[in-house]
Design a protein around this ligand. Structure first.
Ligand code: HXC
Length: 257
């Protein structure tokens, strides 16, 4: 499949997606959304693929939703077409997605990074929700996911002032999993994704699903959900293989069953 606004390549069991609109600092327009949705659906369906990485350029992961595309839209267009609702499908991808962020991740760019399962940041990464400077607000989940990630004080300050935070501040605040040198970002993200893709596939799905449940449930419900999925994994052949491999001091050989 060839796309115009993204590059997709398979590196072993890892799908590497590179946002590719350098002339607009990877601003996310309707075409990027539809191409990304198609690529992620193909990734989810492809049994040879275990984890994805989404990255941008060294200057910009993505500088936001495409302001030029939105500029002339009115309320009827936005509300009538439920603008941005398409991104919900992205978050329903069942296999893990790592955001490898270098440079600017602003507005929709920060929101896309937060829709991924975790963020690896280059040391030059900068995160922000500057929509207020355009007299609007986050619209792809930023006010909600940023608040859950960094807490109310920092999220509120970022949304109300548009202040960007650098990689170090983002790591201190819990927005990113870890920071790597910019030159090593993509290789490190692919290596991390390959490690995930090397795990038993059903366990990967279950681990992602239960961590995400923490956002949607009470503690009691979440703990129970975790326990039930944990129990379910004992119905898999890979659980038998994983525990036998440990006892026999050898690597597991997964069937995905
Ligand atoms: C469309 C964009 C863009 C965007 C940059 N460009 N960001 N086009 N939408 N979000 C375009 C510029 O217009 C310019 O095109 C080219 O990319 C290079 O950008 P420059 O501004 O010249 O680069 P630089 O001076 O290095 O500044 C980088 C920057 C700045 C600080 C990241 O581009 C910037 O502030 N961008 C907007 C950031 C932002 O507000 N994001 C939130 C968007 S709203 P030309 O043709 O002039 O060369 C959003 C909301 C979602 O995401 C939900 C609700 C609306």
């Amino acid at each position: 499949m060839s796309y115009e606004t993204i590059l997709v390549e398979q590196r072993g069991a890892v799908t590497l997606v590179t946002l590719n609109r350098p002339q607009a600092l990877n601003a996310l327009n309707g075409q990027v959304l539809s191409e990304l949705l198609e690529a992620m659906a193909a990734f989810d369906k492809d049994a040879s693929q275990g984890c994805a990485v989404i990255t941008g350029s060294e200057k910009a992961f993505a500088a936001g939703a495409d302001i030029k595309e939105m500029q002339a839209q009115g309320f009827a267009d936005m509300y009538g077409y439920d603008f941005f609702a398409g991104w919900d499908a992205f978050t329903r991808t069942r296999k893990p997605i790592i955001a490898a962020v270098a440079g600017y991740a602003l507005g929709g760019g920060c929101e896309l990074a937060m829709m991924c399962d975790f963020i690896l940041a280059a040391d030059n990464a900068r995160f922000g929700q500057p929509e207020i400077k355009l007299a609007v607000s986050p619209g792809m989940g930023g006010s909600q996911r940023l608040t859950r990630a960094v807490g109310k004080a920092k999220a509120m300050e970022m949304c109300l002032t548009g202040r960007m935070i650098d990689a170090a501040e983002a790591e201190r605040a819990g927005l990113v999993a870890r920071i790597v040198p910019a030159a090593e970002l993509v290789e490190e993200a692919v290596k991390t994704a390959a490690a995930i893709a090397g795990m038993a596939p059903l366990a990967v799905l279950a681990n992602k699903e239960m961590v995400n449940a923490a956002y949607e449930t009470t503690l009691t419900q979440g703990v129970q959900f975790e326990r039930r999925l944990f129990h379910a994994l004992f119905g898999t052949a890979d659980q038998k293989e994983g525990m036998a491999a440990f006892v026999e001091k050898r690597p597991g050989n997964w069937t995905g069953k």
